[in-house]
Design a protein around this ligand. Sequence first.
Ligand code: FUB
Length: 456
Amino acid sequence: MTYKKLILVIYAIIGGQIGIAQNPIVQTCYTPDPAPIVYDNQVYVYTGHDEDRATSRFEMNDWRVYSSTDMVNWTDHGSPLSYKTFSWAKGDAWAGHCIYRNGKFYWYVPLVSKETNMHSIGVAVSDTPTGPFVDALNRPLIGKTIGEIDPNVFIDDDGQAYLYWGNPDLWYVKLNEDMISYEGDLVKVKLTKEGFGADHPSRFTSYEEGPWMYKHGAFYYMVYAAGGVPENISYSTSYSPTGPWTYRGIIMPVQGNSFTIHPGIIEFMGNNYFFYHNGDLPGGGGFTRSTCVEQFYYNTDGTIPTINMTKEGVDAVSTLNPYQRVEAETIAWSEGLKTNENSQVGVYVTDIHDGDYIKIRNLDFGNNAPVIFEAAVASNIAKACIELRLDRKDGLVLGTLSLCSTGGWNKWKVISTKVQQVIGRHDLFLIFRGDTDDALFNFDYWKFSHENNEKI
Ligand code: FUB
């Protein structure tokens, strides 16, 4: 074996083992109230969006979507739904839930109605998980009760869909097959101490808000924010989607620098994942919250163990192919960046300054090393570069892509550079450099290839 080959093999062995997962899963903006679903072998997380400037009240105008095939690299799909999508609403884009049925995606969201000045529940519909979404009714779906927030939908094995919501009460109604109308009465769940605990400073039971209903094994699980402010996440179980409920205790105790918390649970590739939000991102707090995820295992009796927040998050469940176009906004961890979207390229990474970086985890270069790295960028400044580093921020430099003005912030060009040989599994750090304090460039996508296709 040649010396060069030996170095490649050593990197392939140790490099793939290095890589710490990170919470919160999105660092480019604040993403409260996660609602995860599994669709087409991917996880989609529908989140709220706390404005960066919010300090003393919720400032929430739109919702966002992120997806992942591996649970560690999350692709930003931008904001396909805003309170402005609903002509009858005037704001408060609070916690929603999107669900797939019969070829369409239905996104249930709470909004303040212009007419009543109260929270009501609307429903938007799309043909794809990432939109565009339109108001399905041009009026609220539910607008008759007090505290109509945090809608959550569950479809039972027999096809019956239920919509749950509410703070301070827990309500449900049976949705029709069309998912945008309902039959029967709106039902207020009787909150008993046996069903929902009694650990709340000012309410009769622990229940507060944010219901998340699902089925696993023999049980129906109702998971919710509880215990007053600051909130924990508690749960109850039943043998039916409408109760009676048995209180099972606290899943996630109070922690994480936020007075609210919001649950979402899915099973993906045989693993169980618990989503929530906290205020742990820099600048984070009670009104600037971010989505996190932990893996968990059910106890043998079906109960859920205590789950604590971690900075490490979860492990990758698959590798990422660096030889396919990878959106620049597919990120495991980043510092200093924002994303934006336009009609020309969709979502892209922006607000890139000297020293900012993107980490992408668990790339599989295979046994045939790449020759070229290419990136689609747009810039107005004279000189900048992207350093490609393996496994660590100060890791081996695979290559350096130098770029200069492309003629404008929306004049996109694909540029490329030769790279050092690398094989096996690695994390990749894209480190942005420039000798100015100004923004350097916008970044749409990148990929490695085995061929030199003359773009250097
Ligand atoms: O995000 C606004 C509100 O805070 C949500 O509707 C609640 O669930 C809590 O997270």
